[in-house]
Design a protein around this ligand. Sequence first.
Ligand code: PMM
Length: 286
Amino acid sequence: MSTLRGRGTVRGLPEWDRCAVMGVVNVTPDSFSDGGHWFDTTAAIKHGLELVAEGADLIDVGGESTRPGASRVDEAEELRRVIPVVRGLASEGVTVSVDTMRAGVAEQAVAAGAVLVNDVSGGLADPGMIPVVADAGVPFVVMHWRGFSESMNSRAVYGDVVGEVVAELTKRMEAVIEGGVDPEKLVIDPGLGFAKDAAQDLALVAHLDRLRDLGRPLLVAASRKRFLGHVLAGGGAAPPPARERDAATAAVSALSAAAGAWAVRVHAVRPTADAVRVARAVEGAA
Ligand code: PMM
């Protein structure tokens, strides 16, 4: 079983004895699942601290919505949203990750205390990203990505989704390492919902072992995503709204932890914090 090989460690980050919980703070007016709630700096910092109190091990701060169809925010606005929240949380001792596709935002976020750069484009959106991450010497999440949100649904075309995601992630990992990022600082992510339909997302969750075979710690970010709405809707009914998908999210968190994921990224921390602790207890009893 993959957990026997361990979930891997990321040089430069704390080590947890179970799948870690990454809580999400989206400082955006329009993210698909929690847009608008934490748009103000003070509210966003308070929310991040609440997520830590609920059991989050690290907090991912983002200022640009990546929901399908979203148009891009400009850099000045992204900086305005993200940097004070990163600084506020880091100054409280929180392990902070920055969710950005922009080198300039990553650079300033690291200066403000972020210790992980989470780029949903895996360095493809901004040619400056890899040099900035390499220079800063911070860990980097390489997510599987095929293009910006505006057009990503039309790119969800695969013959073998698991094989193609593994192959494309392998190429990105090679490019990122070639660009000077320490291989021991890489985290990989299948990019659920990014240029993938519900069946493709489920196939990836079913084959997390194939992603673990890439040899780097694995981050799984299923929280509130469309494929869960699709599963819950069943035969033809309307999917429940994003906020009613947290129990389903926790189910994926337990499955991911059991499959050896290094971390799961979620909006509602408490149910997932419970799920990964149960998974750890079961693992310990095996
Ligand atoms: N998904 C979203 C945002 N950031 N980061 C990683 N590494 N992986 C993901 O799948 C991912 C991400 C979109 O979800 P949100 O708008 O609810 O934050």
